[in-house]
Design a protein around this ligand. Structure first.
Ligand code: BES
Ligand code: MN
Ligand code: MN
Length: 456
């Protein structure tokens, strides 16, 4: 299939230019101020799908941001692949830490720097360009459907309703997603599992107003001090989460799988260097790769309260807040874990303060099969374009809709991602290597070819 390489070679500047145009649209779903831009990104994706040759392209309205749909149906006797991706991005802040503005993409050292470059505009757009490539070189080998949403970064609140209302239109044999990472271009991998998520916010209230810290300090509970010690108590001396029942449902990973994970190419020294840390930290008895994939965790995402303006203000604050997330593993139910947290956290609060726990969004962990036809089609496609067979590897991130597709459509997902853990997704200076972008565009047509052939 040298036409794949040729087509990419003669169109790559345009492929890069179009992605850059998409990255210029600040489609931040979390911030209402960008609502117009989120809609504009949906329009851009729909136009490009149409230009690439998709039929029935539609910007489907939801109670939130729209879902872009498009399809190319050949014959009902052929298999159907549903491509999922998202055109919304995370907020860019802290903006002052970007070396170039987040929505003015620049190419530096072969990488495109912009919010959403890797998560997920760059990876989603590979599918539109791979589709164009197939359409201009003999056509797609099987039926293709696209569903690109605009609320992934805020919990995909309206996606399930859409999927339930469109089960016929979305019927397929596999869901294909590029929204994860591989180890490196020299060491390809396919994501075989994702963690779940339970996200909540806590509010600790002490006195009914901010007090003078000299007059009252020492006699009245300081909610920030209390919150800090409550948070500290959430891990034990072995780095395990100290909430009764937290580990009860946790799936025990077999020694075989752990031995396989230990063989994955991973350098702890490079990992530490990359993050400028002297040492790693985590649950005793588990490796770094295990701590970030097969083990559940608890992290504070933000904490605030009291006086944080310039200079000093001697105040004993009335309130303290924190946002807390727990990453979950298979069998842990996110609603139950949220309940466990809520019960435990309120139970350890001293009488001197009041505690409110407010649950946010959640999602379940996913395990994707590595013995399915679709997985083998992806494995073979990557082996062809990387010259090396990819290994399956679980990831620590969350894509809750994977479990939802399984529940509602009864369909499994293949997570063929082309990002790198070092792409700085959700961080300042997010980037995506052009080599990874083009490798994705090259690999996807092989997936379609293999999947079609292996199904007949
Ligand atoms: N694409 C990421 C998830 C991801 C990234 C998985 C890298 C594996 C490797 C996705 O956009 C994301 O950020 N998900 C959120 C959860 C969501 C419910 C907001 C996450 O993992 O924090
Ligand atoms: Mn994503
Ligand atoms: Mn994300």
């Amino acid at each position: 299939m040298s036409e794949i390489k040729n087509y990419i070679a003669s169109n790559q500047e345009r492929f890069i230019g179009e992605l850059i145009d998409l990255l210029k649209i600040p489609s931040v779903s979390a911030d209402k101020a960008y609502a117009k831009d989120v809609h504009e990104a949906a329009r851009y994706v729909a136009d490009k799908l149409q230009e690439a040759g998709a039929d029935k392209v539609e910007i489907c309205q939801t109670a939130g941001y729209p879902i872009v749909y498009g399809e190319k149906l050949l014959d009902s006797s052929l298999p159907t692949v549903l491509v999922y991706g998202h055109y919304d991005v995370q907020p860019a802040d802290p903006i002052e830490l970007w070396t170039s503005p987040p929505f003015e993409p620049v190419v530096k050292d072969g990488k495109i720097y912009a919010r959403g470059a890797s998560d997920d505009k760059g990876q989603m757009y590979m599918h539109i360009k791979a589709f164009e490539l197939m359409m201009r070189n003999g056509g797609v080998p099987c039926n293709v459907k696209f569903m690109i949403e605009g609320e992934e970064e805020v919990g995909s609140d309206n996606l399930e309703t859409f999927v339930r209302a469109n089960t016929e239109r979305l019927s397929c044999d596999v869901v294909l997603i590029s929204d994860t990472a591989l180890i490196s271009l020299d060491n390809p991998s396919i994501t075989s599992g994702l963690r779940g998520l339970s996200y909540l916010e806590v509010e600790v209230t002490g006195p009914n107003r901010d007090l003078h810290s000299g007059i009252y300090g020492g006699a009245v509970a300081n909610p920030i001090n209390v919150l800090a010690s409550m948070i500290a108590s959430l891990h034990d001396e072995n780095g395990a989460v100290n909430i009764p029942g937290f580990y009860e449902a946790v799936e025990k990973v077999s020694e075989e799988e752990r031995a396989l994970m230990a063989k994955a190419p991973f350098s702890l020294e490079e990992y530490k260097d990359h993050l400028d840390i002297e040492d790693v930290q985590g649950e005793k008895g588990y490796s770094t790769l295990e701590r970030t994939s097969i083990r559940p965790t608890l992290d504070v995402n933000g904490i605030w309260g009291g006086y944080i303006g310039e200079g000093a203000k001697t105040v004993l604050p009335s309130k303290a807040f924190a946002k807390i997330s727990m990453r979950l593993v298979p069998n842990q139910d996110s609603a139950s874990i949220t309940n466990l947290f809520q019960e435990h956290f309120t139970s350890i609060a001293p009488k001197s303060v009041q505690v409110i726990v407010r649950p946010h969004h959640g999602g379940e962990a996913a395990v994707t099969p590595t013995n399915s036809v679709a997985y083998k089609a992806a494995e073979k496609a990557m082996e062809t374009t990387f010259g090396k067979r990819p290994i399956p590897l679980r990831s620590g991130g969350s894509i809750p809709i994977v479990t939802m597709f399984e529940k509602v459509l009864g369909i499994k997902t293949v997570l063929m991602g082309f990002g790198l853990d070092s792409d700085a997704i959700h961080s300042p200076n997010e980037h995506y290597a052009i080599a990874n972008y083009l490798k994705g565009i090259e690999t996807i047509p092989y997936f379609f070819k293999n999947f079609t052939e292996m199904n007949s």
